[in-house]
Design a protein around this ligand. Structure first.
Ligand SMILES: Nc1ncnc2c1ncn2[C@@H]1O[C@H](COP(=O)(O)OP(=O)(O)OP(=O)(O)O)[C@@H](O)[C@H]1O
Ligand SMILES: Nc1ncnc2c1ncn2[C@@H]1O[C@H](COP(=O)(O)OP(=O)(O)OP(=O)(O)O)[C@@H](O)[C@H]1O
Ligand SMILES: [Mg+2]
Ligand SMILES: [Mg+2]
Lengths: 165, 160, 160, 165
């Protein structure tokens, strides 16, 4: 299975509804400094249930929601929806397409969705755990963090391998 | 748990030297289990021998050599236990031309089994992509995204 | 001591917004003294407002925006209290083309008062140099150095 | 005043005697990964008396000395000599050219030189202190460390300003 679409609306700099359709092979994201490239990477980590805001370059839920500018009012919520093509059954769930969603509001509340049904975070974690996506240490490498896998102490590196096991 | 860990370690330790040599165009590398002494089980030591040089610890590697060694580890983990996708955000920032070329070639090869989403400023890397998204910042501080064809991207980027 | 610190802080706090605007082509920035509360004297807070955006703390800046803001701080300190020379090792690695251009222009200007030694992979930056040294690794693992003219450097580096 | 020459011999990858003649304005150092560019930056920090090996990407004196390869035996010592043009009297010393040297041996001993005379490290520190070069936090920015000035806590940033005072 692989990623098919990512839809963002109100997530960080993606104030307008934005849709990415990914290649089965390699999709490149390019653009000037500060345009929002790393925000896309953050959104993938976020929609998969990430709770550690330090890994999302923020401190709290509100940092995920478009904060507005002189020309555009701030958003009331942030939402992301990621859709996997599961025709090959790689994800342990009997749908040929699996979509995971997350919405967050300025009061700090978060909602999670699995194929349009509202679920708990636990359900998302459980599903991702079964397909090697719960830890995400070597599946999402943030900017400037590529050699952090090397700077880990030997016992910390062990965790990488346990995750892959 | 130990069994699964042991199995994975052995498989990655086999893959890592091969991928390292492909990325560096030579040299050799090794993963080894070390006893951390604090009972938390073994840690993992990495030694790298760059083409023509002596084997050395990680501390002496240059910026680009460190990035490439880290990529070799990540690619080995992906090869042994593939995940549906992998996101790489400017992992090629410190690489020189020839290392970027080898990185791109290996990325292309691995993309047959793992899907990659890669953020990069490097034209050589973009050329490996089937789909390119150009992100820009509007005057309203919101991102806009357009899908680019490779020739459009090349035309947009002045000679570095 | 406090007097000297206060004097320097005031001078750098005046310079920093000017240099920031030159590097980013707009926006604004500010340094402020904060009370750290632990009696060690004041700390220094940095706020940056990027062109067209709201003012924000450093945490939300992108990789390239952080590098450029850090360079603005370094250049302000150099302007206020120049040292005989300054060494910069790949500070431009995360910058896009237009930011590299503005960085290079300011480097050229400051090089009238401060000497710079800059390690870079970026052709735009190299074009500002009067002297270029090419370092390479011999088969004996020892570095060899040759002095290059700009046209020799450009010919050597394939289009990125 | 400004830097005129840097001569290295046996320092890290500079096994052969190597001499850099710097421009008064901007000198660029280019080359492939691992060729020795950052080693040049380390050598400047080292020759000015740096004692913190972590800032020199090593752990001890021996890490500064060319460690050899299959084709070339290791060096017995590392030495560096940096020469300032002091015609404008910027450095508080009455010579028109000031050179600072450092040599290190495999037994861990280090020697320091000022205009060819053997001196103590204290003498070098004292001279550099008077011309704003003793701290070197914003005069030598190592690779990947450019934004560390931003990641410092507010009270740590104060040190930068005290150094500049
Ligand atoms: N909640 C938010 N609302 C609005 N803007 C935000 C929010 N969070 C972050 N930003 C903005 O996002 C920008 C950073 O975007 P991002 O890190 O994705 O840039 P980038 O394209 O990766 O750039 P670089 O090439 O420099 O790494 C910052 O300028 C910041 O102001
Ligand atoms: N004492 C030593 N003896 C021999 N070689 C050494 C010594 N110390 C470091 N090295 C070598 O120096 C190399 C690193 O050099 P350096 O960090 O200067 O590279 P660089 O040109 O800056 O590369 P990059 O573009 O990747 O940053 C390593 O390959 C390491 O093996
Ligand atoms: Mg980024
Ligand atoms: Mg380097």
């Amino acid at each position: 299975s692989h990623l098919k679409y990512l839809e963002l609306h109100g997530y960080k700099t993606f104030a307008s509804k934005t849709r990415f359709e990914f290649a089965e092979g390699i999709t490149a994201i390019v653009g000037p400094n500060g345009s929002g490239k790393s925000n896309v990477a953050d959104s993938i980590r976020w929609v998969l249930g990430e709770q550690a805001y330090a890994l999302l370059r923020g401190k709290k839920t509100e940092d995920m929601i478009f904060s507005g500018s002189e020309q555009r009012p701030r958003a009331g919520m942030a939402s992301a929806l990621i859709t996997f093509d599961n025709a090959d059954g790689g994800l342990p769930i009997e749908f040929s397409e699996v979509s995971i969603g997350r919405s967050a509001y300025r009061d700090g509340s978060n909602e999670y969705f699995l194929n349009d049904a509202r679920v708990r975070l636990k359900d998302i974690d459980e599903l991702l755990g079964r397909c090697g996506l719960s830890e995400r240490t070597y599946t999402i490498i943030g900017q400037g963090l590529v050699d952090s896998a090397l700077s880990l102490k030997p016992e910390e590196r062990r965790r990488l391998f346990e995750e892959a096991a | 748990m130990q069994n699964a860990f042991q199995k994975t370690f052995t498989a990655v330790a086999e893959e890592f030297p091969k991928i390292f040599v492909r990325l560096f165009g030579g040299g050799s590398a090794k993963l080894a289990l070390t006893d951390t002494g604090d009972g938390s089980g073994e840690g993992i030591d990495i030694t790298a021998k760059l083409p023509g040089k002596r084997s050395q610890g990680l501390a002496l590697l240059s910026g680009g050599e460190r990035s490439l060694t880290a990529v070799a580890l990540i690619f080995s983990l992906l090869k042994v236990s593939p995940t549906p996708f992998c996101v790489l955000d400017e992992v090629d920032a410190m690489l020189d031309e020839s290392n970027v070329g080898r990185f791109r070639d290996l990325l292309l090869e691995l993309s047959r089994q793992t899907q990659f989403i890669i953020v990069t400023h490097n034209r050589n890397t973009v050329q490996a992509a089937q789909v390119i998204y150009g992100v820009s910042m509007g005057s309203d501080s919101a991102s806009t995204v357009i899908s680019l064809k490779l020739d459009e991207f090349v035309a947009q980027t002045p000679d570095e």
